[in-house]
Ligand binder design. Structure first.
Ligand SMILES: [Zn+2]
Length: 399
């Protein structure tokens, strides 16, 4: 076909067929049965490997990870999980850490090496750090243009009402280039659910940006907060542009209760992010999907002051989500894969995502028979292409 710059030959798609994929101008312009396309200026042999859309890292913290820095031993909370105490530990650790830009680069390259080419990172914006972290991460985002697309959430890690000046800083953060407004446990952290949401949705409405709120609260407080976020989303016509990260409170409801709140979340077009955390209740992925809720995923913390785990591999995250959700059938394993690919792309409102004509040529090769096998085997040895250009191979970023 005329106009093809690079032809990716013998690529196995999720439906099991072998295809030649033509790319021009960074987009997929043709998909034809293997061997049927004429040679292009440049051919790349995929050699029968599975070719899937690049992973979407839907929730990470580029500013606070110690990945690639010295090992920082985890300090346990003195009396059960306490967000305030963890924030204090984080401040102590950050004072000793390597420069933020160095750490952020290492974490980004870890993610790209595994095949994530789209990312949403929360970045601390509050009275403790002001806009300094955001300035650093904005510069890093520039550095990695053409390798990974990064959305930044202005994240009030120290609360909004408890950290005077933060409301104005969040607004300034959006003016500087942050893409979304964040929030943190409006009721349990700031002790003022409506006051906190007034600021978050106020900035979002004024600046015309989306919202992504960390919500760790369990029980009825967690559910009530989810309901209030959904109500505000609908009131402002922000369906599709609001996410709740963690929403642990959805994880210990009975099935009827979960379906009831699930229907409300689906109707409000609010996405729910989970990382299937260790010994924690977490949202019932299959039940919520059945209710029409968009459930997406992220690594969240990677070797930081919150926990020592995390490797930036969203395929491994799909495995964890499937493992913790009791997913065994091919359909269930494919659902876990959808969570880290298409569902995350939907939550991030990505344009041109997927393996389809017209989509961006952002894809990953996997040594697997099909998607369900890839989820359980988490194969290494991947090739990662951004706009049809090789950007990582075997975990190493290529510039
Ligand atoms: Zn987080």
């Amino acid at each position: 076909m005329a106009g093809i710059e690079t032809l990716f030959t013998n690529a196995k798609l999720a439906d099991g067929t072998l295809n030649d994929i033509g790319v021009a101008g960074g987009r997929i312009v043709s998909i034809a049965p293997a061997g049927s396309a004429a040679n292009a200026a440049k051919n790349v042999d995929i050699a029968g490997a599975l070719l899937v859309p690049a992973f979407v890292e839907g929730h990470i913290h580029l500013d606070t990870s110690f990945f690639g820095d010295k090992w920082v031993p985890h300090k346990a909370c003195t009396n059960g999980f306490d967000v305030h105490e963890r924030v204090a530990f984080q401040a102590e650790n950050m004072a000793q850490a390597a420069p933020m830009a160095e750490r952020a680069r290492k974490q980004l390259e870890l993610c790209v090496g595994h095949g994530s080419l789209h990312m949403r990172s929360h970045v601390m914006v509050d009275a403790s750090v002001g806009l300094k972290s955001l300035e650093t991460i904005l510069a890093i985002r520039e550095e990695y243009l053409g390798i990974i697309d990064i959305q930044l959430v202005a994240f009030p890690q120290s609360g909004i009402l408890k950290s005077p000046g933060t409301a104005d800083l969040l607004d300034e953060a959006i003016a500087m280039g942050a893409d979304l407004v964040g929030g943190l446990d409006p009721a349990s952290f700031d002790r003022d659910l409506q006051g906190h949401l007034d600021v978050v949705f106020g900035v979002a409405e004024k600046r015309g940006v989306g919202v992504d709120i960390h919500l760790h609260d369990f029980g009825s407080l967690g559910v009530f907060t989810v309901e209030e976020i959904c109500a505000r989303t609908v009131a402002l016509g922000m369906q599709g542009r609001v996410a709740i990260s963690h929403a642990y409170g959805l994880g210990n409801l009975d099935a009827d209760g979960a379906r009831h709140i699930g229907a409300k979340i689906a109707a409000a077009g609010v996405s729910i992010m989970t990382n299937a955390p260790g010994d924690h209740a977490f949202p019932p992925v299959a039940l919520l999907r059945a209710e029409g809720v968009n459930v997406f995923a992220g690594s969240d913390n990677i070797r930081d002051s919150w926990w020592p785990y995390g490797d930036g591999d969203m395929l491994g995250r799909a495995m964890m989500i499937g493992y913790r959700s009791g997913f065994y059938t091919d359909e269930e394993l494919s659902a876990a894969f959808d969570v880290v690919t298409s569902a995350s792309a939907k939550a991030l409102c990505l344009e041109g995502y997927g393996i389809a004509i017209g989509a961006k040529a952002d894809f990953v090769t996997l040594d697997a028979e099909h998607v369900p096998e890839a989820v359980v085997a988490v194969p290494k040895g991947r090739r990662v292409f951004k706009g049809g250009r090789l950007v990582a191979e075997n975990g190493t970023v290529i510039r």
